[in-house]
Design a protein around this ligand. Structure first.
Ligand SMILES: Cc1cc2nc3c(=O)[nH]c(=O)nc-3n(C[C@H](O)[C@H](O)[C@H](O)COP(=O)(O)OP(=O)(O)OC[C@H]3O[C@@H](n4cnc5c(N)ncnc54)[C@H](O)[C@@H]3O)c2cc1C
Length: 426
């Protein structure tokens, strides 16, 4: 089955301009990082990136933008400024895959490869909530899941004098599972600072049955909610929003599988839209039953389970880690190492991903609880402090160090730290 692949991998085709040793789909957080890392390990590689966008984004700061604590312009750079000059930038959309013949069709042509790296992120499904698209950006209906909408979140909060505030979280997986509640804490702290918290009812409604997936942080986060008076409503999944009527409808499920519709009135609602794999991935031979790129996450090589010369990382693949830039930071050197090992046929060991992810929970202005964890809910703090204690140092890291890490470490092909996480006792 691998014969064709093996033949073309063995004989790198250097003459065809549509052929690259490495073809990367998506020039986001993962794509630029993995391109630069690969080049730093093997300088003679030809690398192409299929990336239609002219903008490179630092999405993790949109939570702060929504709270008026970060300039949205600092989260966006021209793609041309981060795209390395040795990369052949194909400004097109990837559309379909022919893994048996090592090629990808795009909106403008067809490209072949020796190795393919698939990292086009995920799809924010604004259509997944009835009425959302029509009312988003009006009627105090906002989301931090796009840069312009995050600006609108702050516009709403700035002008709010209290009332009913709802914060929603859809079923997992989503990017940064903590982001739906981070904005609730910042909104509460903002209202507290202007003396309006006592005139407000804040409610966090999420599809899952607990506040956060990693048990170690559940107690401390529930205490933070209590300190602001934020009500938690679990197993509530937003299904429609009517901005003019200021009403949101949720499907409330119980543990026996029964469900009913519940309508809530709001003066402000922050919506985290449902998220899926991109359609062109879902409909491809690379996808698992859930639509995500099917990689070897059990051993941890991040290689495709069926196609030996395809790897994937970032939000689009099916490892059960938290979909975060922090995870991409750890996955990148692993994928790059494993591809170079394959190319060189070296006897070195594969590097293996342990599920590391991090979620800086902005529990107040100037304070962050930094949740770092690996598979199985193992808590793996990088610094020797109690990670459940909110700290101003972590706020500085979230607002200054982490953006710098993306632009200057990950995007320059450097490795920040080796993935050797020691779990603390839960
Ligand atoms: C509100 C919010 C808060 C967050 N907070 C944090 C946080 O605190 N900490 C943290 O670590 N992470 C956080 N994240 C998550 C982090 O931003 C993502 O996990 C990370 O960007 C994933 O990288 P990626 O390369 O997989 O996807 P992306 O960075 O989204 O890049 C995907 C790229 O693929 C391109 N693309 C899409 N379709 C195609 C196609 N058909 N063909 C070719 N290219 C295509 C896109 O244009 C894009 O450039 C947050 C995200 C959001 C939205």
């Amino acid at each position: 089955m691998y014969l064709k692949q093996i033949i073309s991998v063995r004989f790198f085709n250097m003459n065809n301009s549509n052929h690259s040793n490495i073809l990367i789909i998506g020039g986001g957080c993962a794509g630029i990082s993995v391109a630069t890392r690969l080049k730093s390990l093997k300088s003679d590689l030809s690398i192409s990136i299929i990336e239609p966008s002219e903008k490179s984004l630092y999405q993790a700061a949109w939570t702060l933008v929504g709270a008026g604590a970060y300039d949205v312009n600092s989260t966006i750079k021209p793609m041309s400024s981060v795209m390395p000059n040795y990369v052949n930038w194909i400004k097109e959309y990837a559309e379909s895959f022919s893994p048996e013949s090592n090629s990808v069709k795009t909106s403008g042509g067809e490209y072949s490869y020796d190795y393919l790296v698939v990292c086009p992120g995920l799809k924010i499904n604004f259509d997944g909530v009835a009425g959302l698209k029509e009312t988003l950006g009006k009627n105090n209906v906002c989301t931090n899941y796009s840069s312009d909408m995050a600006v609108y979140t702050w516009e709403c909060l700035k002008n709010l004098q209290g009332g009913n505030l709802l914060f929603t979280e859809p079923p997992m997986p989503i990017k940064c599972a903590g982001a739906p509640q981070k904005i609730a804490y910042l909104a509460a702290d903002h209202l507290k600072k202007k003396g309006a918290l006592k005139d407000s009812n804040l409610e966090f409604l999420c599809a899952k049955p607990v506040i956060f997936g990693v048990p170690h942080f559940q107690g401390p986060l529930n205490e933070i909610c209590d300190s602001y008076g934020i009500k938690r409503s679990f197993q509530h999944n937003l299904i429609s929003v009517n901005g003019d009527a200021k009403e949101a409808v949720f499907k409330q499920s119980d543990k026996d599988g029964n469900s009913k519709e519940v309508t809530k009135k709001f003066d402000f609602i922050h919506v985290t839209p449902p998220q899926t794999s991109p359609d062109f991935i879902k409909n491809s031979p690379l996808a698992d039953a859930g639509g995500w790129v099917d990689v070897d996450h059990k051993e941890g090589t991040l290689r495709h389970t069926k196609y030996e010369n395809i790897y994937s990382l970032g939000d689009v693949m099916n490892a059960p880690n938290a979909k975060t830039g922090a995870a991409v930071r750890k996955q990148t050197p692993i994928v790059a190492h494993n591809i170079i090992k394959d190319i060189n046929k070296s006897s070195e060991a594969y590097r293996l991903y342990d599920g590391y992810g991090a979620c800086p929970l902005t529990v107040a202005y100037g304070k962050v609880m930094l949740a770092e964890f690996c598979y199985g809910g193992k808590v793996t703090p990088s610094l020797p402090f109690d990670p459940t204690k909110p700290s101003s140092l972590y706020w500085q890291m979230k607002s200054k160090l982490f953006p710098w890490l993306q632009w200057n470490v990950m995007f320059k092909g450097k490795e920040w730290s080796k993935p050797n996480h020691k779990a603390i006792e839960n």
